[in-house]
Structures are given as C-alpha cells and as structure tokens.
Design a protein around this ligand. Structure first.
Ligand code: ADP
Length: 446
C-alpha cells in the first residue's frame, strides 16, 4: 500500500526497534529526548495549578510582551522563533518573573518548554552589572548541564554582559579564583565541591536557584542529598524553581522538602494512542528475508532508523543491514551501547539535522526515546514478554503518539512467519483498548 506522504519526513523519518533487554539510565534518555526535540511538544491537556496559599495572585499570559522582560531578552526569544509561550510557560513565566519572587514547582513532559522558561527567568534575574554568581542551576549530568548552557547562550544572545560558568567535572578552577559569571550551571557533586571544598562559589549571594530534572535527581544515587545540602546553604530569600517531567510520590516528597507550601503547576501527560498511526505488518518467510525487507518501507523516499538488540546474531544482522542500506544509497547512523553518551548525542544531533536519514538504534538507546516527532518507526520483530506473548505496552510506547490531534505517523513491523499470531493479538488488543488503558497488567501511561 501507498505510504502516506508527510512534509516532515525529510528530517526524522524512521526508527527501527528490536528487543529491549536492559534499562537505560534516565538521564541519558532525557538527554536523547532533548536532542531529538526540534520543536515544542504540543499538548491538548489543561494546566493544573495547586497552591496552598489561595491569596497569592495567579495570572497567565498569551504573549511574551506581557512579561516583564528586557528588550534584549524579547529579541532573543523571537530570534529563537518562539512566537508565543507554550502552555506551561503561559502559567509559569508570570510567577517565575514576579516580584516578590515566588517559589514554584513545575511538572510537564519533556519538550514542553520548561528549560526555555527557567532560562528566561535566569537571564531576567541576573544583574549584568554585578560580577558574581547570582543564579545557580543544577542538572543531573554533565551533558544535561551543557545542554542548558546552550539554551542560555541562544536565548541570551543579545544579553552580551551576562556570562555563564559550568560547575561540572573536568572544568578545573584554581583555589582563590573569583567567579565573575552571573549564572552557574552545574551538577550537584561539582557544585558542592566548588562551594565547600574550593570555596569559590558563595551560595549566600545566590538569588535564584533552579533544580532541573528533579525526577532524575532522585533516581540517581546521591544527587538528591547533594542538592538538598546545596539548597540548605542558600539564603532564605532565594527564589527556588523546581522542574520535573513526572510528579509521582517520591518526586513530590523531595520537591516539597525543598519548597514547602509550593505553587505547583502541572501539565498532565497525554495518553498514547495508535489511532493516528498507520500500522503495517510485513510477514517474511525467514529471518534473512525479514532483514531484507527492512529497507523496503523506505523505497526511494530516502530513510529508515532502526535499533537492533545486542545479542551477537542481531548485531551481525545490524551490520549486514546497515551495510546493505548504505550500499543502496541510504545515509545510515547507528546508535550502539558501545558509544559514549557524547558520541550518542552527536549521532542524534546529526540525525536531527538530517545529515543521516536513517537511525539504527540498539536497545540501550531505543527505550524512552520520544518518537513524537519521528514520522515513521520500523520494528524489527515484535516486542514480546518472557512468556512469548506480545508486549503491548512496549509496542504502544515505540510507535504511539499523544492525543487525537497529535502528529500522524506510520509504523512498520517486519516479522517472521511464525510471529503472525502475535500480529493478530496486537490487532485485537488495540481494537479493544486503543490507549492500552485497560491493559491486564495495569494502565499504560506515556
Ligand atoms: P523541556 O525543558 O520541557 O524539555 P524545552 O524548553 O527544551 O522543553 O523546549 C522543547 C523545544 O521547544 C525546544 O526545541 C525549544 O527550543 C522549543 N520551545 C520552547 N519554548 C517554545 C515556545 N514558546 N515556542 C516555540 N518553541 C519553543
């Protein structure tokens, strides 16, 4: 059948997944998702606001001009191509920029504009005439910290007097150094070191503290305790902003330890659905044919991305496949477990920029990758549980899209003849539970 054409497919057309035998660190998944998001993830959900003190004023804005932003920052915002605030920004930015400063917890899924929001707050609060650190932002990893720095540089393009330094491993500073940068972005460990061992970062002068990716902080050994130690040393008047993609109980408890009586802004994640995905199954006689068929959804249109598991056989298949596809003229990039996080980031970046049109991702990279902006996904084989039954949840996560009005997509599953039974089970299951929400094993969320 005809593959529906999509105007975006010259950028991110295909990802092919196989089995996923081991988990990926959340911070790495978050980084990959950040890199893969070329634009805002739009949501149909309403923003929910919880506040213990009902007297504190709340208002939302529809344009960036309504905010107390200096003109250089507005210029920066428009230079980025942001025409209007995202849903979470509409509610959060007035609070973040208010006088007197307000503490805030904001939760929304990756790609909804949180980073841009707190970067605007930091660039707004930083006083370029004062040459000492005033805004401190903590991120769980080196790479995520650098990623935030890039956003600061981009949005702050016209705020030339505001400087950034990074409290991250490898950025050695001599004892006695006087930090002149107004914004410090760091990981909790190195930041602690700069504060209490090196004594180069004076926390008593920090007026804005941002804690990003709180859910990852508490998922990663030691980071939440280190963050709490840093927070304790801040002045009472310091504004605290905490961001998280999820807000389950452990995150809530941690967040409220840092910000008692908070205003919480939440944007519920949308349920994944297959209703806007065209699903194709290609049944092959042998695994050789299965491999041969992989590139066929591409035809002359250019591209596929795929992931292969790390067991030897499949790796061989991956090499064969990438070799064949390269020879057929496809530009193929491979994400494997052997790559460092930096190398992986660069592969995704090139894929995002369209330098490679085919992404072959192994298990380690596939889980958690946000395919919202990927127009076509190819499954090499179907995901199965230990009993050999279809893994409906993984199937939905690999190819599903949020909301009825979300991006349309196409999914191909190339399966062996023996797996036809699984195809029928998947078909039946999702006819009955389009969101996977009545799954026997519980609710399937995004
Ligand atoms: P999050 O921190 O929630 O993952 P980001 O702030 O990184 O989200 O934003 C995701 C993507 O959307 C980025 O590419 C960013 O440049 C873009 N973006 C952020 N805010 C806006 C906006 N108001 N309008 C358009 N694009 C935006």
């Amino acid at each position: 059948r005809e593959i529906p054409s999509n105007p975006n497919d010259s950028v991110i057309p295909f990802v092919l997944f196989t089995e996923l035998p081991f988990p990926v660190p959340l911070a790495e998944v978050s980084l990959m998702n950040k890199l893969i998001h070329t634009s805002l993830v739009e949501s149909q959900q309403h923003v929910e606001i919880l506040q213990r003190d009902p007297s504190s004023p709340l208002y939302s804005i529809k344009t960036f001009e309504e905010l107390p932003l200096k003109k250089e920052l507005l210029q920066g915002v428009y230079m980025m191509g942001f025409n209007r605030p995202s849903k979470i920004q509409e509610q959060a930015l007035p609070l973040m920029l208010a006088y007197p400063p307000q503490n805030l917890i904001a939760q929304s899924q990756s790609g909804t504009g949180k980073t841009a929001a707190f970067v605007l707050a930091m660039l707004s609060r930083a006083n370029a005439n004062e040459k000492y650190p005033q805004c401190l932002c903590l991120a769980p990893t080196y790479e995520l910290a650098l990623q935030i720095g890039q956003v600061v540089r981009a949005i702050g393009k016209f705020c030339t007097d505001i400087k950034v330094n990074y409290a991250v491993r490898g950025n050695r500073v001599l004892k006695g150094t006087v930090l002149e940068e107004q914004i410090i972005i760091g990981t909790p460990g190195t930041t602690l070191d700069w504060c209490f061992k090196q004594h180069i970062l004076d926390l008593t002068k920090i007026s804005l503290f941002v804690l990003d990716e709180a859910d990852i902080m508490i998922d990663t050994q030691g980071l939440s305790c280190q963050s709490i130690r840093i927070h304790r040393a801040l002045p009472k008047s310091c504004q605290v902003l905490l961001f998280s993609a999820t807000y389950k109980e452990p995150v809530r408890a941690f967040a409220e330890r840092i910000i008692p009586d908070p205003i919480v802004i939440k944007l519920r994640e949308e349920e994944l659905t297959l209703s806007n995905i065209r699903q194709y199954f290609m049944v092959c006689q042998t695994s050789d044919e299965q491999a041969l068929r992989c590139p066929s959804p591409i035809g002359n249109r250019g591209t596929v991305g795929l992931s292969l598991s790390l067991c030897v056989q499949t790796r061989r298949l991956a090499d064969w496949l990438s070799g064949k596809m390269s020879r057929d003229g496809h530009q193929v990039a491979i994400l494997t477990a052997e790559l460092t996080v930096v190398q992986r980031a660069s592969v995704i970046q090139r894929f995002r920029e369209g330098k490679e049109k085919v992404l072959i991702a192994t298990n380690v990279c596939a889980r958690g990758i946000d395919v919202q902006q990927v127009t076509t996904v190819v499954n090499f084989g179907l995901p199965m549980d230990q009993d050999g039954e279809p893994d409906f949840e993984t199937y939905l996560h690999r190819i599903g899209r949020a909301g009825r009005f979300g991006h349309r997509g196409v999914a191909f599953s190339v399966v062996e003849r023996g797996a036809v039974g699984l195809v029928h089970k998947i078909e039946e299951y999702f006819r009955e539970y389009p969101h996977g929400s009545a799954a026997p094993g519980g609710r399937v969320g995004t």
